[in-house]
Design a protein around this ligand. Structure first.
Ligand code: NAD
Ligand code: UD1
Length: 336
């Protein structure tokens, strides 16, 4: 299929591009580079052995989107482009609503105008909010606790309403849990700008000597070792999940939301131990206050993805840490 990846040079989009290209799909990318780098395109081309058409542009640019959709005979769009900092979404909500919700509306309108009606949307487990029960299944009540999460829920709702108004649409909203890890080549991975907010990129910077120690946000939660537990999922498993969703939207119409997680919760200390093993280094850590807005534990019920998409995560925590470490080593070599 001819597929447009919005935000395709970002962390999840770039890994998904490798899987789709390997499956023989024609991948076209639009990204405004607000949280990614052009060099990722070179890495993608060396991994895939293909030249991938790339547009440096914004999903809020309707004429550009229409041009790309028509020129490349796009059949399906995977919409990764979005801003994802929970903290920044609270301090600058309009930026988040404009980019994440406004950007999605412009994209959907351009798709409708060009009769492209297959869409996979990057949603998040954050749409569920405070767990009423665990694991979260797709029927769990939706009550996001931050602006970022509300932008994701609003787009999901817009898409659901759209699919009711026009039965030709095929839409899957993928609710990602905590994607970490990197491509097995070590050529692409997660490249956050500034000091990372999330656990894995923070650990990577500690191990690379850029930050002195890991701050552990609370060790007094009611969890197995007192630290927060999350459903970490290898980004290459997530990429495979998109390939499975693509096959699904190609054959089914309507709207669906599907969790992409492993169904297993690991603690901060589990991740630290696994990364220490990968890197053969001790990770210095300091226990700090709980981070405001953090939940003690959450993880996915991953059954719907298996039944509906025939997809299941295959890679374990060690492989997530090994691949992240391999990518860090590559970055360290380049910096020398
Ligand atoms: P990322 O920041 O690495 O990638 C997003 C890409 O979109 C970046 O390359 C950025 O430059 C681009 N972009 C942002 N706004 C754009 C715009 N208006 N026009 C064009 N390009 C734009 O993030 P990611 O981790 O790859 O996440 C991809 C998607 O998945 C996002 O929508 C994010 O909200 C969602 N998501 C991510 C996670 C996670 O933990 N990484 C979890 C759940 C959901
Ligand atoms: C956060 C976002 C979530 C988003 C996800 C992936 C919040 C409240 N939630 O989730 O919406 O989908 O990132 O982008 O921000 N931790 C530390 N030290 C650190 C960083 C994290 O101890 O330096 C702990 C946290 O307390 C948590 C766990 O590690 O228990 C995972 O944190 P993180 O990677 O930020 O992911 P989430 O909080 O699950």
């Amino acid at each position: 299929m001819n597929i447009l990846l919005t935000g395709g040079l970002g962390f999840i989009g770039s890994h998904t591009a490798t899987v789709l290209a390997a499956e023989g799909h024609e991948v076209v990318i639009i990204d405004n580079l607000c949280n990614s780098q052009r060099q990722t395109l070179d890495s993608l081309e060396s991994i895939t052995g293909k030249e991938l058409p790339f547009y440096e542009g914004d999903v809020r640019d309707a004429p550009l989107l229409k041009e790309i959709l028509q020129k490349h005979h796009i059949e399906c769009v995977i919409h990764f482009a979005g801003l994802k900092s929970v903290a920044e979404s609270g301090t600058d909500p309009l930026k988040y609503f404009d980019n994440n919700v406004g950007g999605s509306i412009v994209l959907i309108e351009a798709m409708q105008a060009t009769n492209v009606k297959k869409l996979i949307f990057s949603s998040s487990a954050t749409v569920y909010g405070e767990p009423q029960y665990l694991p979260y299944d797709e029927d769990h009540p939706l009550a996001p606790m931050n602006v970022y999460g509300r932008t994701k829920l609003q787009v999901e709702e817009i898409l659901q309403d759209l699919s009711k108004s026009d039965l030709d649409w095929s839409i899957v909203c993928l609710r990602y849990f905590n994607p970490i890890g990197a491509h097995e080549s070590g050529l692409i991975g997660e490249l956050p700008q500034g000091i990372p907010n999330n656990l894995m990129p923070y650990i990577c910077q500690v191990v690379s000597g850029k930050l002195p120690h890991l701050n552990v946000f609370g060790d007094d939660y009611d969890t197995k070792d007192g630290t927060g537990e999350r459903d970490y999922i290898h980004v290459m498993d997530l990429a495979d999940g998109h390939a499975a969703a693509l096959e699904f939207v190609d054959k089914h119409k309507g709207w669906e939301a599907v969790n992409l997680g492993t169904g297993i919760a690991y603690s901060v200390y589990d991740l630290v131990s696994a990364f220490e093993k990968s890197s053969n280094q001790t990770i210095p850590k300091v226990v700090k206050e709980r981070r405001i807005g953090d939940l003690p534990i959450y993880y996915a019920k991953a059954d719907k993805a298996l039944v509906m998409l025939g997809w299941k995560a295959k890679r374990d925590l060690q492989s997530m840490c090994d691949s992240s470490w391999k990518y860090q080593e590559q970055l360290l070599k380049l910096a020398k």
